[in-house]
Design a binder for this molecule. Structure first.
Ligand SMILES: *Cc1c(COP(=O)(O)O)cnc(C)c1O
Length: 389
């Protein structure tokens, strides 16, 4: 059994992928070829966002809006600690200080009530309100932005986050790297009303290409123009008229061609993911001590990962038993961001973010992809049940 099986998908669309790649080889426009605009238009109509700016990775999709907003040293950028490193890495690269906000233990997404506390703690340089980085005590930081993460494919609570951000003048950058194709109250992720949204087309993400890729979405015309400039070395009227610092941040034409072929079956795959998740719920139900993932009412998850919570201290044995039964598993994430060596100088202790710490110790990701059949889901669930009995 494979953790994520991309071969079943490829078999289904191979002919179309071959045709798309051949078209690129024939026209030869490997950089910013016509497939880029075709894909950006398609992703706009799919999500409902006004602008789509494709780029080289999900990481660049996070970096570019932060660059456009002038995030810099002395700025505080808020984010959950239970995420992939890039969420905290990009603001840090620009010299800003990441300020972590603990997660809800059920959805694993950032808690808006704690965001409010963290903002107040930064404004007052008072760690008795909420844990803050040591830098915030030496010199006051300016709250500038928040990066909520739609973890494992499920959108964060933007109805609560946006008013808090507005009240404090914070820019909101949705990290939808795992959530492309998901929705909240009928609106697609990347078009949930944030100032900008970032997604990733890394092969294992819900919509993946055959290499690195990403995209930024926004309804803001001025921001879109800035992002298109930053994507190509801060270009002005032409690419040798550089008016600001930027990146080599383009998506390859070949990757856009592959994504165009994949988009044909993507809505179908999102539906198939709901079916696989429903089978898991059915067969995992009632296993003592296990908590299956919970999707909030109004959310449709893109199911980037299917993660269960195990009783404290049982994970290693369960994972070993599953491995013995040829069921691969993974851990997202073994270390929350506030415990990483690279952020040691922020001065957090593991207990600063208790919910993220608890999740990192007891979470386990099971095999999941849209081509998984009911018998395989049953097999995994049965192995989990036996491991816990
Ligand atoms: C994958 C991921 C990223 C980074 O995307 P890349 O395309 O690998 O650069 C950022 N944030 C989260 C939450 C991710 O899962």
């Amino acid at each position: 059994m494979q953790f994520i099986d991309l071969t079943a998908q490829q078999a289904r669309i191979r002919q179309n992928i071959d045709l798309r790649i051949k078209a690129v080889l024939d026209h030869g426009k490997y950089i910013m070829g016509p497939e880029i605009k075709e894909l950006e238009d398609l992703l706009c109509s799919f999500t409902g966002a006004k602008h789509c700016i494709t780029c080289a990775s999900g990481t660049d999709a996070l970096l570019m809006p932060l660059m456009a907003w002038g995030i810099k040293e002395g700025d505080a950028v808020f984010m959950p600690p239970f995420t992939f490193f890039a969420t905290a890495e990009e603001p840090s690269l620009l010299g800003a200080t990441p300020v972590f906000v603990d997660i809800d233990p059920i959805t694993f997404n950032m808690r808006p009530d704690l965001l409010e506390k963290a903002i107040e703690a930064i404004q007052k340089s008072d760690p008795s309100i909420y844990p803050v980085p040591e830098a915030a005590l030496k010199r006051p930081l300016t709250p500038r932005a928040v990066i909520p993460v739609d973890i494992f494919g499920q959108a964060a609570d933007y109805e609560s986050i946006m008013p808090i951000a507005r009240a404090h003048g914070l820019m909101v950058l949705e990290d939808a790297a795992q959530a492309f194709g998901g929705s909240r109250h009928g609106k697609k992720t990347c078009a949930l009303g944030c100032h900008a949204s970032a997604t990733s087309f890394f092969p294992a993400k819900p919509l993946g290409c055959y290499g690195d890729g990403g995209a930024v979405f926004t309804d803001d015309d001025d921001l879109a123009e800035l992002l298109r400039s930053i994507r190509i070395h801060g270009k002005g009227q032409d690419k040798y008229d550089n008016v600001r610092l930027g990146l080599n941040g383009r998506l390859d034409t070949l990757q856009a061609a592959i994504l165009l072929a994949k988009m044909k079956i993507f809505p179908d795959e999102i539906a198939a993911r709901q079916q696989v998740a429903a089978w898991y719920s059915k067969y995992l139900q009632g296993i003592p001590g296990l908590t299956a993932p919970c999707v909030e009412e109004g959310n449709v998850s893109a199911w980037a990962q299917y993660c269960i919570m195990l009783p404290e201290g049982r994970r290693d044995a369960v994972a070993a038993h599953l491995k013995q039964q040829s069921v691969p598993t993974n851990i997202y994430y073994p270390k929350p961001q506030h415990c990483l060596a690279v952020f040691a100088d922020l001065g957090y202790t593991p207990q600063s973010m208790p919910a993220a710490l608890y999740a990192s110790r007891n979470i386990l990701a099971l095999p999941f992809h849209p081509y998984m059949d009911e018998a395989s889901v049953w097999q995994v669930a049965d192995a989990v049940a036996k491991a816990l009995s």
